[in-house]
Design a protein. Sequence first.
Lengths: 994, 198, 334
Amino acid sequence: MLIKRSERQARHGTLAAAFANQTSGNLDRRTFLRRSGLAAGGLAAIGALPLTSVRKAEAAGSSPGPGATIRKNICTHCSVGCTVIAEVENGVWVGQEPAWDSPINRGSHCAKGAATREVVHGDRRLKYPMKLVNGQWNKISWDTAINEIGDKLMEIRAKSGSDSVYWLGSAKFTNEGSYLNRKLAAFWGTNNSDHQARICHSTTVAGVANTWGYGAMTNSYTDIRNSKTLFFLGGNPAEAHPVSLQHLLEGKELNRANFIVADPRLTRTAAHATEYMRLRPGTDIPVLWGMLWHIFKNGWEDKEFIAQRVYGMDDIRKEVEKWTPEEVERVSGVPGEQLKRVAEMFAKDKPSCLIWAMGQTQHTVGTANVRASCILLLATGNVGGPGKGANIFRGHTNVQGATDLGLDIVTLPLYYGLVEGAWRHWSRVWEVDYQWFVDRFDKTTAVDGKVTTTMNTPGIPSTRWYEAAIPTKDPKDNVSQKDNLKAMFVMGHGGNTVARMPEVVKGIEKLDLLVVADPHPTTWAVLSERKDGTYLLPVATSYETSGSRTASNRAIQWGEQIVKPIFESKDDNEIMYLLAKKLGFADLMFKNIKVENNVPVVEDVLREINRGGWSTGYCGQSPERLKLHMANQKSFDMRTQKATSGPDEIRGDYYGLPWPCWGTPEFRHPGTPLLYNTNLSIKEGGGTFRARFGVERVIDSKVMENGQEVTKQVRHNLLAEGSYSKDSELKDGYPEFTLGVLKKLGWDTDLTPAELAVIQKVNPTTPDAVSWSIDLSGGIQRVAITHGCIPYGNGKARANAFGLPDAIPTHREPIYTSRPELVAKYPTLPNARQFRMPNVGFDMQKAAVDQGLAKQFPLILSSGRLVEYEGGGEETRSNKWLAELQQDMFIEINPDDAGPRGVKDGAWVWVTGAEGGAKARMKALVTERVGKGVTWCPFHFAGWYQGVDQRGKYPKGADPVVLGESVNTLTTYGYDPVTGMQEPKATLCQIKAA
Amino acid sequence: MARMKFLCDADRCIECNACVTACKNEHEVPWGINRRRVVTINDGKPGERSVSMACMHCTDAPCAAVCPVNCFYTTADAVVLHSKDLCIGCGYCFYACPFGAPQYPKVGNFGSRGKMDKCTYCAGGPEADGSVAEYEKYGANRLAEGKLPLCAEMCSTKSLLAGDGDIIASIYKERVVKRGYGSGAWGWKTAYKESIAS
Amino acid sequence: MTGILARARFIIGALLLLFVVAIVAPVSAQQPTRVNPTESSVKEDQLLQQMQIINGRGSLPDAKSYNLEQPAGRDWRAFQDVTLPWIGAIAILGMLALLVVFYLIRGMVKIENGRSGRLVVRFNTFERFTHWMTATCFITLAISGLNIAFGKSLLLPLLGAEAFSGWSQWAKYAHNYLSFPFTIGVVVILLIWVANNIPNQIDIEWLKRGGGIAGHDHPPAEKFNGGQKGIYWIVVIGGTTSAITGYLLMFPFYGTGIAGMQTAQMIHGVVAMLFVAAMLAHIYIGTIGMEGAFEAMSEGTVDENWAKQHHSLWLDEVKNKAPSGATPRATPAE
C-alpha cells in the first residue's frame, strides 16, 4: 500500500485540525478559476457561469497548516526559472505546492519540477565525505577530507604549478557560488576554471556576443507570446524546457502563430508544429542561408534596419548566393518548396523569433551556426522588440548566471576577459593588490628570456581536460602550461557529459587527485579503475542553499534555503571557504564578505558582485531588491513581466531585474526585459546594439586610381546610423562612455564629487580613460542614462564578425560526416592550436573520409535530452519518481534501418562508435521520430560502461536507481575553434542486435 | 455542488509527465503504481498527440457497476472513490474501466492483486478528511483543503484541467475559439457521455 | 453477443488501419513538402471508429499502461451486469425448477426388483477420493463464484458492507486457491474414466429410449450410460474451460491483454453458470433422484439389482471378468 513518511502525518494531522472547525465555506472564485487553469483575461467569457465549489474549506491558496512554513526556491532542472514552493515542517520538506504567483511558471512544473522534493529527501544521496582507499570507499570526517585534499593540492602546486589543478564548477551553483568558485580559481592562480556552459551554450555566448554585444537570450520565455512566427532550429523545449511551452503554445493559439520546427527528429515540440522540416544533423547553416537566399532574392529583408543597425550584410549576401535551393536540398535534405514557404513566413509574418538550444551549439561549427541564426534575425529586422529576437534556451537553473560570473576559461566574472585591465578591475573590487595575483600564476620563460604568466591565457576547455592530463608522445603537442593536469576538483558536474569517454577514463586514471563535491557520487566516482587519491564530498543541493539564480531570460531570482543541508552535506559556499582557509587565502578572498560559522553570507557576496558587475549590468540587483521581488511575485504582470502593483520599491521594475540592470541599486533601474529595444528609453529598460567592436573598421583595399592600383584605407562605420533609443539626447550612433566622452559632451559636470573621486581613484594617471564598465561609482552609467544614452554605446550588430575564424558563417561538414563526398567542398577548418592544445579536426576528418568510416558506420548518431532527466542524470536518475518513468538507456532507430538489422523495438542492441572500437549496450526504440539513417540517444545515462554494469563501484547506498550506458562512450572528436565545444550532435555509429 | 471532471487538452499536452510525478509527490505513491500516466498516440509521426490519463471519475461509473462488493461510492462533487477496506482485489473494475485506471499492487503469492488503487481526484477516501488513516490508504485530500488535484494544478502547459465540468469545458471552448480548432476532449464521450463541440 | 461483435469490429478495424498504412507507407518514404503536424493531429473519434482500444507509446515498463482508452469495458459491463446474471438465473433456477417438476412427476427412481443384497464394486477408493475432492472444490468454487455474480444483490443487504466484504475476501481466496485441486481433479477424472466415456451406438440407443428415467424402460448401458457420459464431458470440458479462463484472470496480463481478459471472464462466467446448472442435475440424480445411486460414490459399491437395472452391460462385464460362479463381493446383506 502507500508508504508514507511520518512527517506527512504531521502535516495532514495539523491540517485536519485546522479544518475541523470549518464545515462550510466557498472556494474563492478567482482562486478556483485560476486553479482550473484558466488563462488571465478569460474570466469574462465565463462570467455567467455559476460558481461552483468544492466540498468545504476556505480558499487555501498555498497556505499551509499551522506549523508549516512556506519557502520559495527555484527549480534547478532547466533555465526557465520555475518557482518551487516548499512546505517545511520541523525542518523537513513535507509538501510541494503550485507557485501560482510566479510570473514565469504560474504554478506549473514539468516532471522534474514536480518531483524536486525527492531530490532533497532522496535516500540515494551521498551522506558523508568518503575516500577511496585501495579501491574501497571509506567514510572520513570533513576535517580529514579538507586537510588531506588541501595538503595534496599544495603538494601538486609545488611540483607541477598552479595550472595543473582544474576547478570544474557547476551551473547548479547560485550566482554567489559561481562567483566564489571563479574567485577561488583566481586566488589559486589558474584560468582552468570552467562549467557546463562549455558543453551547452559556449558557442552561443561567443557567437551572439560577437554579433551584437551580449551572448544571452535577447527576449524571454514569456515574451515569445508576442511572436507571430516561432522558428525552432536545434531545440526541443517540449522536453528540455517544458514549462516554456505554456507560453509558446498559448502564443501560438492567441496569435495563430506559425510554429515552425526544423529538427532531424520529429520531437515532442515538432508534434505541435504548424510546419515541420527535417534536416540532416549539422546542416543548420545551409538551411539558414537557404532561407536568406529566398529572402534576399525576393527583397523580403528589412532594408532600413540593415542600413541603420547592421554591419557587413553585403558580405553575407555573397555567401548566401551559393546556397541555391538545389544546393540546400542536396546538403541538408530540406525540400526547396518548403524552405521558400518557411523563409517567407519568417520574413513576413512578423514579429518572428528564433529559438535554439544545443542542436545548433554542439557542433564544430557551433559558433558559426548561432551567428548565422543571428544574421537571419538581423536581415529580417527581428531583433530588439517584443516577439522578436534570439531566444536561446539554456539548460540549468543558473547556467546563465554561472556563465555571467565567469566560470569560464576565457574570462573573469562578468565578461571582463583575462587582460590586465580585467585583473586590475577585479583587484580593485576585491581590494587585493594586483601584483599578488601575478605572483600566484605559473611563469614560463621563453627562449628570449621573456617571462610570461598564464594569467592572461585562456585555460583548458572542460571538453578536453583529459587530453591535458595525458602526456603526449610528441612534446610539442603537449599542453602549453608548466605541467600536465594532476588534479581535478569537480563541483556539481557529471563525468559523462564529455565526449570520447574511453579517453576520459584514461585521463581520470592519470590524475594524482580527484575530488568530487556533489550531492551524488556521479560518474567520476565509478568510471575509472582508480584505487586511491579520490575523495567524495557530500554537497547540499541548490534547494538547501540561499542565493540568487539567473534564468535564461537574464532575470535574477532569489531562492531561499528550504531545509538545512541533509546528512553531513555542506553547501558549496562553505566548502569553498574551508578550502580557501586551508589553502591560506581565506582572509584575502573573503575580505569584504562576512563569514558565519564557516558559511559566507551570501548577501555580502552578491553585494560584492554588484560592486564589480558594471559591464553586464549586474550592479543594480541588490539582495534586498531581489528578495522584495520574490516576496511580491504576484505584483508582476506575466505578459510584460512588469510590476503593476505592490510596494513602491518594486513598482515599474521588471521581474528579477533582468540584466543589464544599470547603475547602483539606489539608481533603481528596472532591468532590461528585451535587449536592444530602441522603443524604450534606457532608464526604462531600452537598449541599442553594443558598440563593442570599436567605432570604425579600417580595411586596406586595392582601388584603381589614375590607372594605377593603389592601396587605400577604407573606413567602415561601426556605430549605428540614424537609429537610437527613445529619449536619447544623441540622435545617432555613439561610442561607449568614458569620463573623456562625458567631458566632450559636457556631461561630466553632472557627476557628483564623490563619483569623480572614485573615478580618479580607479585610474589616477588618466582618469579620462575610465569607462562605464570599470567606474566603481556607477557615475558614468548614471549620467549617460540620465541623458537617455546607454553606457556601452550605440553600435551596429556585426553580420561580418571580423576576427572570428569564420567571420562569415560557413558551412563545414561534421568531422565524422555521413556524406564524405561533401567534405571536399565543405571541409572543416585547418588544424590549429587553441586553448593550450592542438585541434587536429582537419586531420581527423580527412582520416575518416580516407578510411571510409561512413560505410562502416552508416548511421548518424545524435543525442539530446529526455524530459524526466537532466544533464549527466545522476541526480534525476536517483529520484525514484523520475527514474520509474525511464528505466533503460535506449537508441532511437528508424524502422527502415531496424528491419534489415533484425532489430526489434524494445530489444537489446550493441551500438558501436566510430572511434577506437567503442561500444555500448542499450535498448532499441524503433520509431519514425528519427528519419532513415539517423539515430538518437538520450545523454543522461551512466553507470554502465561498454556493456559492464558498474553498480558495485558506487559507495553503498549512493548508487542511482537507474543506470545505463552513456552515449558519450560513442561520441567522437571535433571541437569548435572559438570555444572548444564538442560535437556530440553529429557523429556516426553502427547498430547490431544483441 | 460541483461536478468535478478532468479534461486533457491534447493540443497542449507535451508528455512532460509533470502530472505523473506531481501525483507521486503528493501521495507518496509507491514504485510500480501509476495513478496517472501519459500515452502518446502515433508516436513519431506527424499528427502525434499525447494525452494524460487517469481515472476520469465517470458518470455512472462502470467500475462501481461491476464491483462485486460495492466498494465504490460517488462524492457530492461527483468524484468516484472507493474503500480499500471493502475492496477484495478481484480485478473486475479493471476489466470494466475504459481508461485503465485501477492499479493493483502485487501482493503475496503468484502476483495476485492486492487492494485496488486509483486516482482519488486528490479527495482521499472514506476516512475522516485529512486524517492519517486516509492519507495512508489513499493519499492527500486536497479537495478538503480547498485545492484541486495537484496533477492539473502543476500541468506544465495548462493542458490538464481539473475542476467543475462546466468551468473547464468553458475554458476549453474558449481555447478552441481562439485557436480555431479543437483537439477533442479525450475520453469525455466515454466517461461523461458528452462531448465538447470543437 | 456484444463482446464478440465488438471483437470482430476490432479485427476489421485493425485490418482497415493496416490497409491504410500500407497505402500511405510508400508516400511517407519520400519527404512530403508540407508537413503540418498540428493539422494532421490524430482525432479520438476516428481512432475509436477504427479500433476498439486506443493505444500508443509510453515510457513505463508496464505495457498495459499504453492503452489510453478501451471503451469495450462498457460492453463487458453490460454483459457482467445484465447478460450474465440472466444466463445464470435462467440456467440455475430453470434447472432447479425442472428438477422439482421432474421429482414431483417421477419421484425417486426405485430399484425395481428391490435390493438383492449382493454388492458390486463400482468405484475404488482412488476414484471416490478424486470425485469428492473435485466435488468439494467445485461446490466451494461455485458458491464463491456465485457470490461474485449475485452476492451484491442477495447477500450484501443481509450482511452489510463490512461483513459481506470480509466474507467475499475469503471467498475470493478460496476461489483462487481451490482452483488448483479442482483442476488436478478434472485432469485425473479425464485420465481415469476417459476409456469408459467414449460415446458409442449403445449410448444413442440409450438416449433414444429416454435413458429409462422418463418411463420404466431399462435400456442397456455400460459402466457409464449416455447421461453419465454427458456429465463426464461437461465436467472435463467445462472444468478445463473454467480453469483456463480462470487462470488467465488470476494471473493478469500473463499471456493475454485486457480484451482477452474480458473475453476470458465472459467465457468463465457463462461456462460456470451452465456448469453449475448441469451439476445440479448430476447431484439430483445421484441423491434423491435415484435409489441406490449415492452409495456408488459414498461406499464404492452398488447393489447388483441396481446395476442390472441401470448398467446391465457393465454388470455382465464385471461378472465375466470375475471368477466363474462367484458372486461379486459376497457381502451378505443385512
